[in-house]
Design a protein around this ligand. Structure first.
Ligand SMILES: [Fe+2]
Length: 217
């Protein structure tokens, strides 16, 4: 069972490396992400316990969208997703706009409770249901997002205009760069990575999260 998990994760990581190299080789952050990924040990001794989350119900739609971006990657992630430890953490969004907390989840391939422990490095899958709002936040860790579904909207500051990102887009958050995301009719499904300083600062900016977007009409 564990070997299946590790083999499946390794196949998925191979498709991540191939896809990023083929589609986004020169994009900001890709070089660092691939370099840090390549430095990571892959001990096969402590497999995570598979765990599903209510938000995993959005994976079917997210994976279907991912097939349009990179079919090989989508197939590999479809095999891996049920084996992962999907979770949410209350500290992630201290004052979450209800019902955000019931409609988002992430699973680590690298990092605590991930397939592999990670060495100051986290990488995983992230899903947010339709009509949700992830409030503006910032963190010390540089962050890569490879979006497999969408469109989703992003803004980089509480007063900044919303920008639309299509499926397949890549986004790199430099350290302490504020960012927020919101979904429309399609779930947000992405590969996500923190390439270093994973125990560094993390904070929610302002109070905008107090009002859920999907209740503003
Ligand atoms: Fe972030």
């Amino acid at each position: 069972m564990a070997d299946n998990l590790f083999d499946t994760a390794d196949r998925a990581l191979d498709t991540v490396v191939a896809g990023l190299g083929r589609l986004h080789r020169d994009a900001e952050g890709v070089g660092e992400t691939l370099e840090r990924l390549g430095e990571q040990a892959r001990p096969r001794d402590v497999p995570p316990t598979p765990q599903q989350d209510p938000a995993c119900r959005h994976l079917t739609v997210g994976l279907a969208s991912a097939r349009q971006v990179d079919s090989a990657l989508a197939e590999a992630l479809a095999a891996l997703a049920p084996l992962l430890h999907w979770q949410r953490i209350p500290e992630h969004v201290p004052h979450p706009p209800d019902p955000f907390m019931d409609d988002y989840a992430f699973a680590k391939i690298f990092g605590p409770q991930g397939v592999y422990p990670g060495e100051d490095f986290m990488m995983g899958l992230f899903i947010i249901g339709p009509r949700q709002f992830y409030p503006t936040h910032l963190h010390q860790a540089p962050e890569l997002y490879w979006l497999f579904s969408g469109p989703t909207e992003w803004r980089f500051g509480e007063e900044a205009p919303w920008e639309t990102k299509p499926p397949g887009a890549l986004h790199w958050n430099r350290p302490y760069h504020p960012h927020a995301m919101r979904t429309g009719d399609v779930p947000f499904f992405a590969l996500w990575a923190w390439t270093r300083d994973i125990d560094g600062d993390y904070s929610i900016v302002g109070a905008e999260g107090a009002v859920p977007l999907n209740r503003q009409g």
